[in-house]
Design a protein around this ligand. Structure first.
Ligand SMILES: Cc1cc2nc3c(=O)[nH]c(=O)nc-3n(C[C@H](O)[C@H](O)[C@H](O)COP(=O)(O)OP(=O)(O)OC[C@H]3O[C@@H](n4cnc5c(N)ncnc54)[C@H](O)[C@@H]3O)c2cc1C
Length: 485
């Protein structure tokens, strides 16, 4: 696909697969009959033993849309206000903006509310690695990420620069091993991805900036009343479905289930981040800074991870264990103190000290790392016409690079669910949006994201332990998994 296509095209869903990107093949007669016989037998024996599992239909890629679920259209579909609930999306981060885009393509009416006064209000400078969501962004009409950088090599070192692990496309090609384009990752600044999605919406005016949700009331089947703080004033709104995409400190989650059941859980470490333009490193010659290499260096306590942020900049992320109180205090001291702490702890092999020293204070930030206990689907059931996506639903540590990936997948799954289960011939108004869409959506979301939350929490431990120093050409943590197995 050409790069300009993101801007030029409007999209609507592919009617052949109803926007799912996949089609299902009917079960073969033999398989259906076998299942029916097993079920009859189970019923005859008064349900003794285990019930037979209904075989899944075989799914295959929709050729009409090449699996994206979208096709070009002259203009976006007109929102169908009669047949879909009006969706209030709370939070214009990665997940919220993605959901708005997916609703737009499906003619689902929505309003996107964001607390920040504008796109640039806060520095949100860090890079994301797109893994599974590389495919999902095509389903959001983003065919090419102009600012994305592909990495083809991942290296692990000890602090003196000894290589203890290497993998990725370049290594496999050297070995003439079987390679697959699926095994490359795309790195992109969070704000660049967010902007690519906002452009799909037609630009910044599509977002209700400066709207901070403070309260809502579910009017049991009659929609939800919302209250926002806008400037110094309160403003009311109404919606048929509310989606909390308001991040790890979600107000929607807190109003829905309270903060006591699943409070923030400190994972025992702090991350300090920085972005350094390559131009600031003149005279430094390092093949680790070739804009296609990701590397990490660790000593069993501190660990630094460095990746391309853009073609002309790298992002580093130093993490180490620290008691929560100290981590909060260091973070509160601001960029200069964070950078000093980072430099002090990483007088290691080139180019680490040089990159950290050349990073401007304004490009440094740092936070204690938190997640929350996994949500149980029952806790959301009383939510009626309210649900959660992204970090609001399943916050996780950044060490597996999965948070944004999962938020994008959540957004697409929810919009697809609304599109296929609501609409002209649906009984959703009689049955309720929860029974029609939300329960099934939440079940899939929690099943998919639970292992990511768990693995990300485990990574917060083992990346700062001796385990990280194990020698092997595979991602850290995989060895832990194979040992456990
Ligand atoms: C250092 C770091 C590195 C990371 N690296 C990766 C990575 O490589 N890959 C990856 O997949 N993930 C990564 N993540 C995680 C990823 O950034 C998050 O998981 C992702 O941004 C979550 O998206 P979200 O939309 O759920 O929440 P957010 O992006 O946090 O957005 C929430 C939005 O809601 C708004 N909001 C909050 N409260 C309200 C309110 N009351 N009313 C209205 N609006 C509100 C906020 O202003 C914000 O804009 C990383 C995170 C960090 C910190």
């Amino acid at each position: 696909m050409k790069k300009e296509e993101n801007e030029a095209a409007s999209w609507t869903i592919c009617l052949e697969c109803r926007g799912r990107g996949k089609k299902s093949r009917r079960l073969r007669k033999k398989v259906r009959l076998r299942y029916q016989m097993a079920l009859d037998q189970f019923k005859k024996t008064k349900r003794e033993g285990t019930a037979p599992v209904r075989p899944n239909k075989h799914q295959y890629l929709c050729l009409n849309c090449k699996g994206s679920g979208l096709i070009h259209s002259a203009s976006p579909p007109i929102a169908d206000k009669d047949n879909y609930p009006h969706v209030a999306i709370i939070g214009g981060g990665i997940g919220g903006v993605a959901l708005a885009v997916a609703c737009l393509h499906r003619g689902i009416p929505f309003t996107l509310y964001e607390r920040d006064g504008s796109f640039h209000e806060r520095s949100q400078g860090y890079g994301l690695t797109l893994q599974q969501a590389r495919k999902a962004i095509k389903g959001l009409g983003v065919c090419s990420l102009k600012k994305g950088v592909v990495s083809t090599r991942h290296i692990v070192h000890t602090t003196d620069g000894k290589v203890i692990g290497e993998w990725g496309m370049r290594k496999w090609m050297q070995q003439e091993a079987k390679t697959s384009s699926k095994r490359t990752n795309v790195h992109i600044a969070r704000q660049s991805l967010r902007l690519a999605l906002i452009e799909q919406l037609g630009g910044h005016t599509a977002v209700q900036w400066g709207h901070q949700l403070v309260d809502f009331k579910d009017c049991k089947g009659e929609g939800v009343e919302l209250n926002f703080k806008v400037g110094g004033e309160m403003k009311a709104a109404k919606a048929g479905l509310v989606v909390g995409a308001d991040g790890i400190r979600s107000t929607v989650r807190s109003l829905l289930i309270g903060d006591d059941i699943t409070p923030l859980r400190y994972l025992g470490c702090i991350v300090i981040l920085g972005i350094c333009p390559l131009a600031a490193l003149e005279g430094l010659d390092s093949d680790l800074l070739d804009s296609a290499t990701v590397f990490q260096t660790a000593n069993g306590n501190e660990r630094i991870y460095m990746m391309p942020y853009a073609l002309d900049a790298v992002m580093w992320q130093l993490s180490f264990p620290m008691p929560e109180k100290e981590a909060k205090a260091l973070s509160a001291q601001g960029a200069r103190a964070l950078k000093e702490e980072a430099c002090r702890r990483t007088q290691w092999h080139d180019p680490i000290p040089q990159v950290l020293a050349a990073t401007l204070d304004t490009q440094v930030s740092g936070y204690p790392v938190y997640d929350r206990k996994l949500l149980e689907t029952e806790w959301l059931e009383k939510g009626g016409q309210v649900t959660l996506i992204g970090d609001a639903a399943h916050p996780m540590s950044p060490f597996k690079g999965q948070g944004a990936n999962q938020a994008l997948l959540d957004a697409l799954a929810l919009a697809r669910g609304i599109s296929s289960e609501c609409g002209a011939f649906s009984r959703w108004k009689a049955v309720g949006i929860r029974d029609c869409v939300l329960t099934e959506f939440e079940k899939e979301m929690f099943a998919r994201s639970a292992s990511k939350v768990k693995d990300s929490a485990e990574a917060a431990q083992f990346l700062h332990s001796e385990i990280v120093l194990y020698e092997g050409d595979e991602p850290r943590g995989r060895c832990l998994k194979s040992k456990k197995a």
